[in-house]
Design a binder for this molecule. Structure first.
Ligand SMILES: [Zn+2]
Length: 289
């Protein structure tokens, strides 16, 4: 194969960044890749040994798989961003609703005050008319009756004015509440804008990384024979997590954790041909000394 005797793949650099196993001997029995099927750290790779005659096809596929897994991780992160944006915006809705509710109350209160003022004005006009009539009349009983009407209307005006004062007081309170609610909304808007800005930045970074990884993936895929590449692609599409998994404890598939046949186990250990788990179809590679 064209990639025989290749140097250590740079592809695993990114995985090494999250590895905590550097310099530590791998736990016996679990295997080098037991915890993260298909991912290898540089430390593990080195611990494993360069002189090892790993199948070059497997080596190329592992590079490809590391790219695919990184791409999938970015895709999942990108898919979460719109949801996080919606969540951020939804935090505004309570504060927006509070401002709208207070504005509505204020408006209703202003209408009520205007109506009271109209009622007061009507009565004052009536009082003036009654007083004119009272002044013009020459009959004592009519004079008294008109006087009583004036007193009654003045009493009504006084009552309406008291109600108007009450509504004006409510308006003052509502204005103070509106001011508080608007300040709270503005503060929330600032936070949400910040968060939306960070999400936009994250989207940009993810898309950039994805484009880089896609290019690296294409370069890695070009080195793999077509039938094998197609088999790998089908397996990864079906299994989602990994198309290549380590043979664990020399007997078990690192993907479905079922025992493989001894012929398959021996084939994997011999590292002369591509072997796969009979249960799940994932391609197996050797991860133990
Ligand atoms: Zn399996």
């Amino acid at each position: 194969m064209q990639c025989r005797n290749k140097p250590v793949p740079r592809a695993h650099k990114c995985v090494a960044a999250v590895s905590t196993e550097k310099g530590r001997k791998t736990e016996k029995g679990r295997g080098l890749f037991g915890r993260y099927p298909g991912k290898i750290s540089i430390a593990k790779w080195r611990a494993w040994g360069f002189d090892r005659a790993m199948l070059p096809e497997i080596e190329s596929l592992l590079i490809l798989q590391s790219k695919d897994q990184a791409i999938r991780k970015l895709q999942r992160e990108l898919a979460r961003i719109p949801m996080e944006e919606d969540n951020a915006r939804s935090r505004l809705s309570d504060d927006q609703a509070a401002v709208a509710a207070i504005k509505e109350k204020l408006q209703a209160n202003e209408i009520a005050i205007k109506n009271l003022e109209l009622d007061i004005e009507t009565r004052r006009t009536t009082i003036l008319r009654l007083k004119t009539q009272q002044f013009e009349t020459k009959k004592n009983d009519e004079y008294t009756a008109l006087g009583n009407e004036v007193v009654r209307y003045e009493g009504e005006v006084s009552g309406l004015e008291d109600r108007e004062l009450g509504l004006m007081e409510i308006a003052e309170n509502l204005k103070a509440n509106l001011s508080d609610a608007q300040a709270k909304l503005a503060a929330c808007q600032t936070l949400v804008d910040e968060e939306l800005g960070q999400l936009a930045e994250r989207r940009k970074n993810c898309e950039q990384q994805q484009a880089e990884l896609e290019a690296e993936r294409s370069a890695a895929a070009a080195k793999i024979e077509e039938t094998l590449l197609s088999r790998y692609d089908r397996t990864l599409a079906a299994k989602k997590d990994a198309a290549l998994v380590p043979l664990q404890h020399g007997t078990t598939c690192g993907g479905c954790h079922m025992k493989v046949t001894s012929a398959t186990a021996n084939g994997t250990k011999a590292e002369k041909e591509i072997t796969a788990c009979e249960q799940c179809g994932r391609i197996l590679y050797l991860d133990e000394d």
